[in-house]
Design a protein around this ligand. Structure first.
Ligand code: FE2
Length: 235
């Protein structure tokens, strides 16, 4: 028997459409037939359990988890927030994974051929477990904007990708966190593809309390799994 709390239906009005005309690759990969509902037994399956023991001491610190011969280049940041369920309860002991471009806007991935330098001291991937309050914290480098082939002179805003399972497969969330005041947000088909009422949930808040004096700027990004205040999915 699963002890997963019953989830209310996903609030689709907070999420972008699978097929989003301005975001061209969704037209190739978005479903064109009606979705098949998951059987209740599958919906309530608990998410994979990852124990603390598999998360290394430095996995949450992207400025230290891949150093070869020095520190990564760029503006250091701290990103923290709480993961809560649709009733505001903390989602404890759940794995949060992130991936991002380096300060120059380049991913460590063979598909990324953007003419920008790789950083030998920055991998751009990290993970951590939420604590008893549902809180996670990463230290990283502010990701750079990068061009993508969606349309002429298209640039992605600074962003960090996140993946969470929460308590069950049905609360899986893959999303992107953006930075406040980014002029590219107004031009980005992915960000703009999220319904207007929910877009601001994707933008982190600058926080002087989280900022570490002389070290790193601080941002808060709270994540809600399911419910009307859910953090929007990416397409
Ligand atoms: Fe990206």
């Amino acid at each position: 028997m699963s002890d997963t709390p019953l989830l209310s239906p996903r609030d689709w009005s907070s999420h972008s459409d699978y097929l989003c005309q301005p975001y061209k690759s969704t037209l190739l990969r978005g479903p064109t037939k009606p979705l098949v509902p998951l059987k209740p037994a599958l919906k309530d399956l608990l998410a994979p359990v990852y124990g603390h023991e598999i998360v290394g001491e430095l996995d949450h610190d992207l400025t230290r988890n891949a150093r070869q011969n020095g520190e990564p280049i760029g503006e250091r940041i701290v990103v923290t927030g709480r993961v809560t369920d649709e009733d505001g309860r903390p989602v404890r002991n759940t794995l949060v994974e992130i991936w991002q471009a380096n300060a120059a806007g380049r991913y460590v991935h063979k598909v990324d051929q953007h003419d920008a330098p790789l950083d030998p001291n920055f991998l751009g991937a990290g993970r951590c477990m939420t604590d008893n309050e549902g809180r996670y914290t990463f230290v990283s480098i502010k990701p750079g904007a990068y061009p993508w082939g969606n349309h002429t002179n298209a640039w992605r805003p600074n962003h960090i990708h996140l993946s969470l399972f929460g308590q069950s497969f049905a609360s899986r969330l893959v999303t992107q966190m953006y930075f406040p005041g980014d002029p590219l947000l107004a031009l980005d088909p992915i960000y703009q593809g999220t319904p207007e009422k929910a877009r601001e949930r994707l933008v982190a808040k600058f926080s002087l309390d989280v900022t570490r004096a002389d070290i790193a700027l601080g941002y808060v990004f709270d994540i809600v799994l399911r419910g009307p205040q859910q953090t929007p999915m990416e397409q």
